[in-house]
Design a protein around this ligand. Structure first.
Ligand code: XMP
Length: 510
């Protein structure tokens, strides 16, 4: 399958470039900026994109690619900082711009062959740069300009090296997808053969070849990711798959019954049910640090799996529903993106746990997983559910996990879901839940003053969990949620609504 690779120089938009290329049905992967030319040659992409980034090319320590990449003969497109790298490498000059450009600008196209073919003469583009080209390198031609950038797009059409100062990947640039399509498909010649039908076909074939007659253990949580993995493996290897549902006591209300029944009745998948509530609770006692909680949960999951492997095994593989954003966010791309949170389902398994790991969805974004799930006839009850974090209520209970806080988070979250459903909003938002910590506030119950817990409601909009915005819920829905929680959940006196977007906040509070 033809591929485009994006080298990540630290821009907040790097992963968006990848998504946009995939939207044009070409497979695209994000790699660290310093991936060696030897590895790139092995991957043999059709073309390479240098992302933007916050650095300045003229500074000594700024990130630079392996310069041999330019000798490999692959078409290259540099975006923003990536564009400046190309200018700098080929002998042009970059300096701090006198007129810095942030926001929308009119891009006037000077050359409509290749990169701007089938694009209007003037389009709106999104600029975000403090440095600019002062002199363009020999062999390069100006393809487009703005009022402030005489060389907003340049190209050496013979060698297929292009640089653009604006960001085609953000929605504020008109025809951004078309420009990226022109680079990936027309200039680089990548065939648009990436779609979920072909993904499914190739993945099932790969799993069969890799797993052969081995036995695979698959933890299912009821989330769309693990359910899709289970359905995929069920189709690929049938009886050599053993699914297991671990109740760690940090689940949504009645989750264990719902999931095991749905899997059995609707997908024909038998599930081993493990009640490990006490075991997890015991280990989490006295622990309030979020990363420690995640680590303990990862370890405890592994312990449970070892027990199951002893009882139901032997197994050679463990299947997990890891997605592409998990891989990127866990810092596995080793690019300049720092580790934000350790997601327990990536790399959290101890070394002694010697099952090979199968992660068939690790190259997919969430919306792509939904499409795969549909193709596998995963019922709507799974498809339409909000994502739920593996460590469950442990990341929604702030501080130590206690039975009181668990009860409050569980009951209050159920109310949030019920009220969103009643208002027809559940399917419109990305995630919605109630969190609780140790803070308390005074309330009045009848004639009595009580000192109760403060519950935080978090409802957010997102497309892939990489960025998120808080949902502007109608006041009457917030009011109903608040009234019901203070009336129905014992020990709660105040309800608050979280209005921080991601970044700077994250979706989960812990
Ligand atoms: P954050 O809080 O990092 O969440 O903005 C991004 C998305 O990931 C989910 N999440 C997790 N999922 N293990 C998981 O499987 C985890 O440790 C974890 N932490 C957060 C979160 O619900 C959101 O969808």
């Amino acid at each position: 399958m033809d591929k485009i690779i994006v080298l990540d120089f630290g821009s907040q938009y790097s992963h968006l470039i990848c998504r946009r290329i995939r939207e044009g049905n070409v497979y695209c992967e994000l790699l660290p900026y310093n991936t060696t030319s030897r590895i790139i040659k092995e991957i043999d992409p059709k073309g390479i994109i240098f992302s933007g980034g916050p650095a300045s090319v003229y500074l000594k320590d700024s990130p630079k690619p392996d310069l041999d990449i330019f000798k490999l003969g692959y078409p290259i497109l540099g975006i923003c900082y990536g564009h400046q790298l190309i200018v700098d490498f080929f002998g042009g000059r970059i300096k701090r711009a006198t007129n810095r450009e942030y926001g929308r600008a009119d891009l006037i196209i000077d050359d409509k062959s290749n990169l701007f073919s089938r694009i209007e003469n003037t389009i709106k583009c999104w600029m975000s740069h403090g440095d600019a080209a002062e002199k363009i390198p020999k062999g390069f031609k100006i393809l487009a300009h703005t009022n402030n950038s005489f060389s907003a797009a340049i190209g050496n059409q013979k060698r297929k090296f292009y640089g653009i100062q604006f960001h085609p990947e953000v929605i504020h640039t008109d025809k951004g997808i078309e420009i990226l399509k022109n680079f990936s498909q027309t200039i680089s010649g990548a065939k648009p053969s990436w779609n979920m039908e072909s993904f499914l076909e190739i993945t099932i074939e790969n799993i069969r070849n890799e797993v052969r007659n081995d036995k695979v253990l698959c933890a299912v949580s009821g989330g769309i990711d693990s359910t899709t993995v289970a359905a995929l493996l069920h189709r690929a290897i049938d009886n050599n798959l053993q699914c297991v549902f671990v109740n760690h006591g940090l689940l949504r209300h009645d989750e264990e019954k719902l999931v095991t029944q749905l899997l059995k009745n609707r997908l024909g998948i038998e599930v081993v049910y493990v009640d490990a509530e006490k075991q997890f609770f015991q280990r989490l006692k006295g622990v309030s640090d979020p990363e420690k909680k995640r680590k303990i949960i990862g370890e405890e999951f592994a312990n449970v799996f070892v027990d199951i492997a002893k009882r139901n095994g032997p197994f050679q593989w463990l299947a997990q529903g890891t997605l592409y954003p998990d891989v990127i966010e866990s810092g596995f791309s080793k690019g300049p993106a720092a580790i934000i949170k350790t997601h327990h389902n990536v790399g959290g398994l101890p070394k002694w746990f010697n099952l090979k790991v199968l992660e068939p969805l690790s190259s997919l974004y969430k919306d792509e997983v939904r499409k795969v799930a549909k193709l596998l006839h995963v019922p709507d009850e799974f498809l339409n559910r909000h994502p739920y974090p593996g460590p469950g209520l442990a990341v929604r209970v702030i501080g130590e996990v206690t039975s009181i806080k668990l009860r409050i988070a569980k009951s209050a979250s159920k109310i949030v879901e019920e009220e969103l459903n009643a208002a027809g909003l559940y399917d419109k938002v990305w995630q919605a839940y109630a969190a609780v910590g140790d803070d308390r506030a005074v309330g009045v119950l009848g004639d009595e003053r009580v000192y109760g817990k403060i519950v935080i409601i978090r409802v957010i909009d997102s497309v892939d969990a990489m960025t998120a915005d808080w949902t502007r819920l109608p006041y009457d829905v917030i009011e109903k949620i608040s009234d019901r929680i203070t009336n129905e959940v014992e020990g709660v006196t105040w309800v608050t609504y979280a209005v921080s977007s991601k970044p700077p906040a994250t979706i989960e509070p812990q």
